[in-house]
Write a protein that binds this ligand. Structure first.
Ligand code: SF4
Length: 435
């Protein structure tokens, strides 16, 4: 039998006043989500309706080799005035027809909006309806925006999944719906855990293929696997589904409490829960303990980026003994992040949104041992002597559930180890450097 979970702190952060900032921000746009979504949805294609900048972003961020035939592309619209919109729609229709003729494996096509004014003038939702009719029943066409004006980094996935919800079939059968794209190997681990709990009906959104889309209705219970899915959750609730609030499954504690929320909703007996979770919990604790030694007692500062910041700060504070100084997040959704805020011990400042210069001033004043931030801020901060962790790595790496708990701690420990090693090479180990 495992040790019980640590009790919540006497005072968590749910009632901590939040500093709301609305200034310049340093975050990728929502197009970035295509990089992991196209890997997850194996018969989907993402057609960005955008500019050459959008094409460059995707090409460089996704690192696609030129001889590979990827399942995303960019339809580049040149400058057009309003009088040219009919042409633009015709051009889009022709582009989609060519694509579908060339790629019969495509079953779902997403038109993804972007920033340029000539794209904003196009009604992509209406174009998707028109194209769905034209290419039914083989291909369903949906539209969402990944524009940097409307979305940050992980919000692209939220917009994509929210666009899918109205098309999901209806059901009155009870079932658990896990929402958020997970790497297949991690999804399989999660399904094995839920099966061991005896929860028979488990579906995921997104599904791997269009013919496996989940059904939704008033007996559907929703567990989010990612904290950045507020619009998708609202769309599911409009379909009658019920949210199960839970901490996110990062680390041993987060995973156990996330599974416990499912277990409570589906009346899983305590003995069965223990039988299913005892061994992986012990493995996760051991792995975290082995990886987290360099983190204990160190301070951490989160710039807003992926929206994973609050659950990760909770993991680092409670399982790795780190001290969060500021936890910045692009959006702080109380109903979704409440259970993590309850567990995050009182102390760090919470900030929502960004005014990057002011936040940089706060980070410089605090001199944290580790700064979690976007790519654009990492190099300048490293040059100023701060150890950084790229937030994007936390989205691209498998980090959920028990088997990844040690890897998650190791991702944060690596920059501190590297800095210590460099200091030792120079013969100048920093005070308190990990051995
Ligand atoms: S910020 Fe706008 S223009 Fe730039 S890549 Fe993203 S969608 Fe395209």
């Amino acid at each position: 039998m495992n040790a019980p979970l640590a009790p919540p702190p006497a005072r968590g952060c749910r009632d901590t006043p939040v500093l709301k900032e609305r200034g310049q921000r340093e975050v990728f746009c929502g197009l970035t989500g295509i990089i992991w979504l196209h890997r997850k949805m194996q018969d989907a294609f993402f057609l960005v309706v955008g500019s050459r900048t959008c094409a460059h972003l995707l090409q460089s961020a996704a690192g696609v080799m030129i001889f590979a035939e990827p399942r995303f592309g960019t339809a580049i619209l040149e400058e057009k005035d309003l009088a040219g919109l009919a042409d633009a729609n015709d051009e889009l229709d022709r582009e989609v027809a060519r694509l579908i003729a060339r790629r019969p494996d495509i079953r779902q096509l997403f038109l993804v909006g972007s920033c340029p004014s000539e794209v904003i003038k196009l009604d992509l939702a209406r174009a998707a309806e028109r194209l769905s009719v034209a290419h039914a029943p083989h291909v369903r066409v949906l539209a969402y925006s990944g524009s940097g004006i409307e979305t940050t980094f992980t919000q692209g996935e939220d917009a994509c999944l929210a666009a899918m919800v109205p098309t999901l079939p209806a059901t009155d059968a009870p079932g658990l719906l896990v929402v958020g794209a997970l790497p297949d190997v991690v999804e399989d681990q999660m399904r094995a855990l839920l099966a061991a709990l005896g929860i028979a009906s488990v579906a995921t959104l997104p599904a791997r293929r269009a013919d496996a889309l989940p059904a939704v209705g008033p007996q559907t219970r929703v567990l989010l696997a990612q904290p950045f899915l507020g619009d998708t959750l609202a769309a599911l609730e409009r379909r009658g589904a019920v949210h199960l609030p839970a901490p996110f499954p990062f680390g041993e504690e987060g995973t156990t409490r996330w599974l416990a929320a499912a277990a409570a909703a589906f009346d899983v007996p305590a003995e069965r829960f223990a039988a299913a979770t005892d061994a992986p919990r012990a493995r996760a604790r051991k792995a975290v303990a082995a990886a987290a030694a360099p983190l204990a007692g160190r301070s951490v500062f989160f710039f807003p980026d992926s929206q994973l910041e609050v659950p990760l700060a909770r993991f680092l504070a409670r399982e790795c003994a780190m001290q969060p100084i500021e936890v910045g997040t692009p959006y702080l959704h109380g109903a979704i992040l409440g259970p993590d805020l309850d567990l995050l011990p009182e102390g760090p400042a919470l900030s929502e949104g960004q005014d990057v210069d002011r936040q940089l001033d706060r980070a410089r004043a605090a001199r944290p041992d580790l700064t979690v931030c976007g790519l654009g801020l990492a190099n300048p901060l490293e040059a100023e002597g701060l150890a950084t962790k790229w937030a994007i790595e936390l989205v691209f790496s498998p980090v959920h559930f028990y088997e990844q708990a040690g890897d998650l701690a190791a991702l944060f420990a690596r920059p501190l180890r590297r800095r210590a090693a460099l200091g030792a090479l120079r013969g100048q180990p920093e005070a308190g450097d990990p051995a």
